[in-house]
Write a protein that binds this ligand. Structure first.
Ligand code: PEP
Ligand code: MN
Length: 361
């Protein structure tokens, strides 16, 4: 399907935007003091765009839902004292009016809102005739068309200064990520709208501080344009997303360590590589699931052997098995040594499982 967007290069008044475009600041504005202290240190780390959530979409009621409009003058103060541009999330028309009234420079649409076309359309309608950069986070589900749809709605309201924020996707399975990055989704977005800058949000992808550098570097290796990193003066005491926020000092360390590659040369290469790696990840997933199923059968055999008083290890069976796997492997171009090592490891794991059945049941 053709994507219908008309974008201008992301030019934000008074700001020379070069790759990487860095946005940093707390998940939530909590108090004037927390905002100002964080802002001063973030600005000292070289950041030009300050982020702070004023209205916070929370999963359950009764959690801290943001300070609301009282925090907007604090952002004005940040602009005045540090010269940084300020950005916040808007989720409805009231937020848009308030943010515009207080001179917020950039607004973004959060992941839960991007997933809702009615909400995005209302925000788009309220932006007609307004000149402000709007960044659109990916919807919480990995649906590139829904993401594109949200971008189109805002763009068709006349907003031409835009970027996409890749913040990962939620899933039922617990993984090391809070929101799985599914790099193939922003890569597909890049293919469909090449001129749209992509900013990765490692904080919401990781959900903790430890992986932020790796995800940031990967985003840069893919040729994405920027990063939005949650930064707090005292992360452990943050009122929201405490585990994933970093201090301004670690932010600086992360930024200093980043290796920037030339997107002209590397992006295509990295995109191809990422696509291939994605395939490898899927194969490994299947391999592990297959091994799990295989071990379950080995366990059934273990129970059967126990009930019938048969020894775990039958040499002839093992010898036949290994030989037939080597012949099959050979036909598929896999070396004898490789098959030998893989099947010895698998067989050993089966024996361990059966041994524990014999000993414990
Ligand atoms: C945020 O940036 O603090 C936020 C709430 O993000 P998301 O919409 O990605 O969950
Ligand atoms: Mn957050």
């Amino acid at each position: 399907m053709v994507v219908n967007v008309q974008l201008e290069p992301l030019l934000i008044e008074g700001l020379d935007i070069r790759r990487p475009l860095i946005m940093a600041g707390p998940c939530s504005a909590e108090s004037e003091e927390q905002v100002m202290q964080t802002a001063k240190e973030v600005a000292a780390a070289g950041v030009k765009i300050f982020r702070a959530g004023i209205w916070k979409p929370r999963t359950r009621p009764n959690a801290f839902e943001g300070v609301g409009s009282v925090g907007l003058p604090w952002l004005q103060q940040v602009k005045k004292e540090t010269g940084m541009l300020v950005a916040t999330e808007v989720a409805n028309v009231k937020h848009v009016y308030e943010a515009l009234k207080y001179g917020v420079d950039i607004i973004w649409i959060g992941a839960r809102t991007s997933a809702n076309p009615f909400a995005v359309q209302e925000i788009a309608d309220s932006l007609k005739g307004v000149r402000i950069p709007v960044f659109v986070k990916n919807p919480i589900n990995p649906d590139v068309d829904l993401w594109i749809g949200a971008i189109e709605r805002i763009n068709q309201a006349g907003i031409t200064s835009m970027a996409a924020i890749h913040r990962g996707f939620s899933s039922y399975d617990k993984t090391i990520f809070r929101n799985a990055p599914h790099w193939q989704v922003p890569i597909e977005l890049r293919r469909r709208i090449p001129e749209l800058p992509i900013i990765t949000d490692p904080s919401h992808i990781c959900g903790n501080r430890d992986l932020i550098f790796d995800i940031s570097q990967k985003a840069m290796d893919l040729g994405f344009e920027g990063l939005i990193i949650e930064t707090h003066i005292d992360p452990d005491k943050a009122w929201s997303d405490a585990k994933q926020q970093v201090t301004p000092r670690s932010l600086k360390e992360i930024l200093d360590r980043l290796i920037m590659r030339d997107p002209e040369i590397d992006a295509d290469l990295m995109l191809t590589l990422a696509g291939l790696r994605d395939k490898i990840d899927k194969f490994d997933d299947r391999l592990i699931n297959l091994m799990e199923e295989r071990m379950k059968v080995a366990e059934d055999i273990g129970h059967y052997k126990k009930e019938n008083n048969i020894t775990i290890f039958q040499n002839k069976r093992w010898d036949d098995m290994l030989r037939s796997r080597i012949i099959l492997g050979n036909k598929k171009g896999l070396s004898e040594d490789f098959i030998n090592r893989v099947f010895r490891a698998i067989h050993q794991e089966s024996i361990n499982k059966q041994t524990s059945i014999m000993n414990n049941d």
